[in-house]
Design a protein around this ligand. Structure first.
Ligand code: S3P
Length: 440
């Protein structure tokens, strides 16, 4: 959907839906299948603006990828560990931080020239956290400097890789993107690479590496990876995206007559934080049929309208729900009591400054909220007052757009979200699906 989207108030969200494939897992499926020897079939892959960047870049490097758009299946013939070729042109990651940071890990071992570029938002996001350790491993990487004069801090990033040696690296920030880039680079380095994570960032890369039988392990609190000369392709069924599901879960909770079943949702412990937090807030959420598929956990989620209460969200609760803060803040706006979210400073360097954009949108839709350096406080307006709705902005950020849309479902006059086409970054059919389950 281009331009403005109007979401009207509804009685509830009712029915059964399946959300698209997980974005993080989809990027990794394309990358690992492209590095493998031979064929992999990837089912339920998310085909969104972000994952299409990863697909196009892998094709530019030589992978043979064909897409069955109707079924959402991908057939990938990987190039093998030494098969990537120098790309003829720049590699455009557009809005996708996962593409850019994981590709740096892939390209660090390649003794050819490549340039990664992104859109205005991605060009402002910190890259030194990945280029720094890759340079230590031996890759030649240049990029725009930071205000502190440190080189290779921002895209465009130019790489001529090769000659990597494994390092022991203590990540200063808990980030799956840094960890994944180093794990992939470590597969192309001499010796062992050891990485420690100060938090519990999502472990999709580790799970996928184990699924492909790659030399990954753990010792003395470090994740380790050894050099790998070749590995074979393998079929992957991508679990549904819990981040996408969360918008529907929150929409169902805050409206009056909801009963929604969301099937095949990924339940990786590093990703299901929003469910745990919503349960603490008093949500009526049931997890059914928990099972394992292609190295990830998944299950079905049944959610019903619920009276929510405010809580404190900080510390270890934050990393497994970091992408869900905009949606959880909407649930908090409709809760009784105050919700305080702290320890979430990483939100300032996502697709938008998500502390600022969440606060600004909630305020403009009638919620009482204040901004903290590393989080936000959402105050109750009182159960006798219905939140107004009105106007919200996407700020070019898919999750800001979807959070504002969900706010509209329980508001007095609905919400108009400007520049809403950015939802295509992670959830192309979002508005149609919302409409389908909306009980007017
Ligand atoms: C992602 C990791 C997280 C997350 C992002 C996707 C990934 O970022 O916010 O949306 O797929 O590895 P960080 O690694 O910066 O924490």
């Amino acid at each position: 959907m281009k331009g403005d989207a109007y979401i009207k108030p509804v009685k509830g969200l009712v029915g059964e839906i399946k959300v698209p494939g997980d974005k993080s897992v989809s990027h990794r499926a394309v990358i690992f299948a492209s590095m493998a020897s031979g064929e992999s079939k990837v089912t339920n892959l998310l085909l969104s603006d972000d994952t299409k960047c990863t697909i196009e870049i892998m094709e530019a490097l030589g992978a043979d990828i064909s897409i069955d758009e109707d079924e959402g299946n991908l057939f990938i013939t990987g190039v093998g560990r030494d098969g990537f070729r120098e790309p003829a042109n720049i590699l455009d990651c557009k809005n996708s931080g996962t593409t850019m940071r994981l590709m740096m890990g892939v390209l660090a071992k390649e003794n050819f020239f490549s340039i990664l570029v992104g859109d205005a938002s991605l060009s402002k996001r910190p890259m030194r956290r990945v280029t720094g350790p890759l340079i230590k491993m031996g890759a030649n990487i240049l990029g725009r400097g930071g205000s502190d004069g440190v080189d290779a801090s921002f895209a465009p990033i130019a790489i001529r890789g090769g000659g990597l040696t494994g390092i022991r690296y203590d990540m200063p920030v808990s980030s799956a993107q840094i960890k994944s880039a180093l794990l992939v680079a470590g597969m192309g380095a001499a010796g062992k690479t050891q990485i420690s994570d100060p938090g519990m960032s999502r472990d999709h890369t580790e799970r996928m590496m184990r699924y492909f039988g790659l030399p990954i392990g753990e010792e003395d609190g470090y994740i380790t990876v050894e050099h790998c000369d070749s590995f074979d392709g393998r079929d992957i069924d991508v679990v549904g995206d819990i981040s996408s599901a969360t918008f529907f879960i929150v929409g169902a909770l805050i409206t009056e007559k909801s009963d929604l079943l969301i099937t095949n949702v990924g339940l990786n412990p590093g990703r299901r934080g929003a469910i745990d937090v919503l349960l603490k807030m008093g949500a009526d959420i049931e997890i059914l049929n928990e099972r394992e598929g292609s190295g990830e956990l998944e299950g079905d989620i049944r959610v019903k309208s619920s009276g929510l209460k405010g809580i404190e969200i900080t510390g270890d609760l934050i990393p497994p729900m970091i992408d869900e803060v905009p949606a959880i803040a909407v649930a908090a706006a409709y809760a009784d009591g105050e919700t305080v979210i702290t320890g979430a400073g990483e939100l300032r360097v996502k697709e938008s400054d998500r502390i600022m954009t969440t606060v600004e949108n909630l305020k403009s839709m009638g919620a009482k909220v204040s901004e903290l350096e590393d989080g936000l406080v959402i105050m109750p307006v009182g159960s006798e007052v219905k939140l107004e709705g009105g106007k919200a902005k996407s700020f070019g950020d898919h999750r800001a757009a979807m959070a504002a849309a969900v706010f509209g479902l329980s508001s007095k006059s609905g919400v108009t979200v400007s520049d809403s086409d950015c939802v295509g970054v992670s959830f192309p059919g979002f508005f149609d699906l919302l409409n389908k389950v909306s009980d007017q």
